[in-house]
Structures are given as C-alpha cells and as structure tokens.
Write a protein that binds this ligand. Structure first.
Ligand code: ADP
Length: 256
C-alpha cells in the first residue's frame, strides 16, 4: 500500500502554517455563515471540522480551498512553499490552484459513471497535461495502493460504496496535492467500511506529509484525526490544539 505514498513523498519540514486564515466572514443574505473565524492548518496534521448542521463547516472548507470567497478576512495558502493570498486571485487562478495543489473527496465520491475506475483516476492527471499512458500507469499504482487491484476496468456502478470511495481517494491523491479536503467522506458508508475508507484517506495523505481537512459530523471519524475544531453559528468555539473551548469572544484557531 505504501508505494505511491512513498514514491511521491513531498514531506515538507517547513513548520510555518500551510494555511493561515484570519477573521473570515461570509454571509448569504441575512445568514452569517462565518463570523470572524481564525484558523491555521499545519503540514502533516489531520483536522476534523465539526459542528451542528448549518454551523458553517462546508462554508469554511469552501473558503479555505478557494471554491468561494469570503466577504472579509484573509486566507494565506502555501502553494509551492510560497504564501499566496487567495483574495488576490481571480476565479480562473483559484481554479488552477485547486487543480494543481488541492485534492477533494466528497461524500458521494462524484465519480464519472461512464468511465472505468482507472479512467476516473487517470483523468485527474490528464487534465494537468500528463499523457494518457503515463496517467494510467500512475493511476493504476494508486488503485493498487488502495487495495483495488483487479478493479481497474469496473465502472462506478459495479463497485461497492467503500470501493467507489477509495477510487475517489485515489483520484484526489494522484496529482500529489499539497493538501486534501474531504466533505463527509464516509457519510454514506456503514461503520466498518467507513473505518477502512478513513484509514485509506489518513494513510495516503499523511504518507505524503500533506495536511488533511475533514468536514464530519461523525465523532468516530474526528477521533482519528490529529486535531478537532468545532464551529457553532459561524464561530470557531473549540480547538483541540489549544485544548478546550475558546473563551467567549475569542475566535482563534491555533497551531500545535
Ligand atoms: P454546515 O456545513 O455546517 O451544515 P453550511 O456551511 O453548509 O453549514 O451553511 C452555513 C449556513 O449558511 C446555513 O445557514 C446555510 O443554510 C447557509 N448557506 C450555505 N450555503 C448557502 C448558499 N449557497 N445560499 C444560501 N445560504 C447558504
């Protein structure tokens, strides 16, 4: 299982935060989805974002990854060890940054139903300009590493939920992204399968030294992450890195 994880290792000894977000606010009409959130994400850590439904978890993930822009606040992202302020990038540049530096895993995998497992993974590389034979060879390595040897030619409809989600993890990792975001990656799975898929996600990300950010409502998933932050009503109210609930009016997401 370790071959691609080690082969592509980009373990970074940089101790500066990988993402530094300060005073993030985001509104949808009258709804304040984020209210002055400060959070830092470091190399090598796995961070669970928890909180009740509607507390702002997905909004925070989308702001940190540049999918949406906040109304105020700053997100500094260490792309290729150079800090990039996401608010200075237009949507095209943010899309390029996501393609090159960020891996995503969603609850339902979002695989393309007409493509095989191998093609679903290889296409992520081909979009970055890698020729098809090389892309398929690297994709096959990831599928093998994730225990999917022999399933390369199956279409998503011919895979179990756990297998499909491991294909989605392979697709998220194949570009060797500097950070991986996962939104309820095990939400559609039973608990035993969830555990296996989470192991695959944690191992494949930490094996490359990349941070992993997981939005989850599942305490069992969060317990396996190195850090838990909790949101409530758009505010960061708890960060296990700073041991315990943050005092009233204090909204900082700390380091290690
Ligand atoms: P969570 O992921 O914790 O369930 P979200 O970040 O999805 O929370 O949503 C936070 C708040 O923002 C909720 O009240 C939600 O209804 C609102 N919201 C999120 N996205 C949109 C949107 N695109 N349009 C309007 N309201 C939204």
């Amino acid at each position: 299982m370790s071959a691609p994880f080690i082969r592509e290792t980009m373990v970074c000894m940089n101790t500066a935060p990988f993402i530094t977000a300060t005073q993030l606010s985001k509104r949808y009409g009258a709804t304040e989805a984020l209210r002055g959130v400060d959070v830092t994400i470091h190399h090598g850590e796995s961070v669970a974002i928890m909180g009740p439904s509607g507390s702002g978890k997905t909004t925070l993930m989308h702001v940190l990854s540049g999918i949406i822009t906040p109304h105020s606040g700053s997100v500094q992202f260490q792309a290729l060890n150079r800090p990039v302020e996401l608010s200075t990038l237009n949507s095209e540049k943010r899309a390029k940054l996501r393609l090159q530096h960020i891996g995503f895993v969603f609850q339902e995998g979002l695989l393309m139903p007409e493509l095989t497992a191998l093609e679903n993974v290889a296409v992520a590389l081909m979009l970055s300009g890698v020729p098809r034979p090389a892309a398929e060879s690297t994709a096959a390595g990831w599928l093998h590493a994730l225990g999917l040897e022999g399933m390369e030619d199956r279409r998503p409809g011919q895979l179990s939920g756990g297998q499909a989600q491991r294909v989605a993890i392979a697709r998220a990792q194949v570009n060797n992204p500097q950070i991986v975001f996962a939104d309820e990656p095990t939400g559609a799975l039973d608990s035993a399968t969830s555990d296996q898929v989470l192991s695959a996600l944690l191992d494949s990300t930490s094996g490359r030294g990349a941070p992993l950010v997981v939005v989850t409502h599942d305490e069992a998933v969060a317990a396996r992450c190195s850090r838990i932050v909790r949101l409530q009503d758009g505010r960061l109210v708890h960060d296990s890195a700073t041991s315990g609930a943050l005092p009233e009016g204090h909204n900082a997401g700390g380091g290690r």
